[in-house]
Design a protein around this ligand. Structure first.
Ligand code: SAM
Length: 368
């Protein structure tokens, strides 16, 4: 009875306020003097990118965007620095103890994915995408930094790819722009979000492309696919549910910092680790997994990766090595602000002049 009364009289803080309080406490320590400016950026309007849909025949889609001042950040940043330092694999958590990976194993950057952005400091908004004569839309608006995990995945012709947590489908669309995927399995636990994914694919792909033999869509718990689809895919994208920091700081609806969702939020690192482990298990020997979040949280990013690596070894006998993505971050540093050295992975930090992210990504190589 006393507890009910206490609960009823407990002050109701908006979830956005609870989120910011949580961030101030944890990110103040984690990011130190970087945090105040990241906080300001996260509370300002986010910048988008226009992912060009090569399945659409809208005339002059790219030219029209270029005429407004936009540029494809992928081709620009890649031509700026054609020759990059060799990437590295490393089994320990610290970068200093790494060994160089042979040059032949260096990933490439898909020239087929095009994402146009307004220049640094330009906060113009994109117009809604137009359809072509078949109703297929010319571009998809998304946080341009969320294309980076797809680029890091480095899909090659003929690959089988699993997108483990795929809805609403922004990264799925980016994966398809490579025109390299031989078979794509797209999954999301949420039925309603999977329906949204269906609608996205219908708006962006010709009907004949939505063939079961090319794109398989399921709505199941991704944690089970590790066992049922063991060693099946060349590439696996594990874009996990997270605290979605920017959304949590700004939007009350569906906010994971609501008191009623406290337990769900606290269990996120466990769920994320289990999903990454399933992704590792579903990858073929020699294949790659990219883990990504849209959170700044070290607990949901680096700690999850390190925990999954040791569990994969101890419980499944699978050895995975972390790929060094520093060269990758350097290539895109004209467009995005990356966090200074992390132990594993790369993190795009929101910045007032380039207000993308947060997006964390880490690439793993399955060795056996
Ligand atoms: N990759 C998506 C994109 O680019 O549009 C965004 C994915 S969102 C960050 C995370 C997704 O994970 C949510 O759609 C959520 O429904 C889904 N999810 C949550 N738990 C899951 C689970 N156990 N298995 C598979 N998907 C899950």
């Amino acid at each position: 009875r006393v507890k009910t009364k206490w609960a009823a009289t407990r002050p109701k803080f908006p979830a956005t306020e609870l989120a910011l309080h949580n961030f101030d406490t944890s990110y103040g320590i984690q990011l130190r003097d970087l945090w105040p400016s990241i906080r300001v950026a996260m509370l300002c309007e986010q910048k988008y990118g226009a992912l060009i849909n090569s399945f659409s025949s809208v005339p002059n889609a790219i030219k029209d965007l270029e005429a407004q001042g936009c540029k494809d950040f992928i081709s620009i940043d890649c031509s700026r620095n054609e020759v990059h330092q060799p990437s590295q694999d490393y089994t320990t958590s610290h970068r200093d103890s790494t060994e160089l990976e042979p040059a032949s194993l260096q990933p490439s950057i898909s020239p087929d994915i095009k994402c146009l952005v307004f220049p640094q400091g330009d906060i113009s908004r994109f117009k809604p995408a137009r359809p072509d004569s078949s109703g297929i839309l010319g571009y998809y608006l998304l946080d341009a930094a969320s294309v980076l995990p797809v680029l890091a995945l480095d899909v090659q012709p003929g690959h089988t790819v699993l997108d483990l947590c795929a809805a609403p489908g922004g990264k799925t669309l980016a994966l398809l722009q490579t025109h390299s995927v031989n078979y794509l399995w797209v999954n999301d636990l949420s039925g309603s979000r999977t329906m949204r994914l269906h609608r996205t694919l219908q708006s962006y792909l010709p009907k004949e492309f939505l063939d079961e033999s090319k794109i398989h869509i399921t709505s199941t718990d991704g944690r089970h696919l590790g066992i049922t689809e063991e060693k099946s895919f060349d590439r696996v994208l594990v874009d996990v549910p997270c605290t979605t920091d920017r959304h949590s700081a700004m939007v009350e609806e569906n906010n994971i910092f609501k008191r009623s969702r406290t337990k769900e939020r606290q269990k996120l690192p466990l769920l994320q680790t289990q999903l990454l482990l399933a992704g590792i298990q579903a990858t073929r020997r020699g294949g790659y997994v990219v883990y990504s979040t849209c959170s700044l949280s070290q607990l949901q990013n680096e700690c999850v990766v390190q925990q999954a690596i040791s569990l994969a070894q101890q419980e499944l006998g699978i050895t995975v090595q972390v790929q060094d993505l520093r060269w990758f971050a350097e290539r895109f540093s004209d467009t995005f602000h990356f966090a200074p050295q992390l132990n594993v992975g790369e993190l795009v930090l929101p910045h007032l002049c380039a207000n993308f992210g947060p997006i964390y990504m880490c690439k793993l190589h399955r060795m056996n």
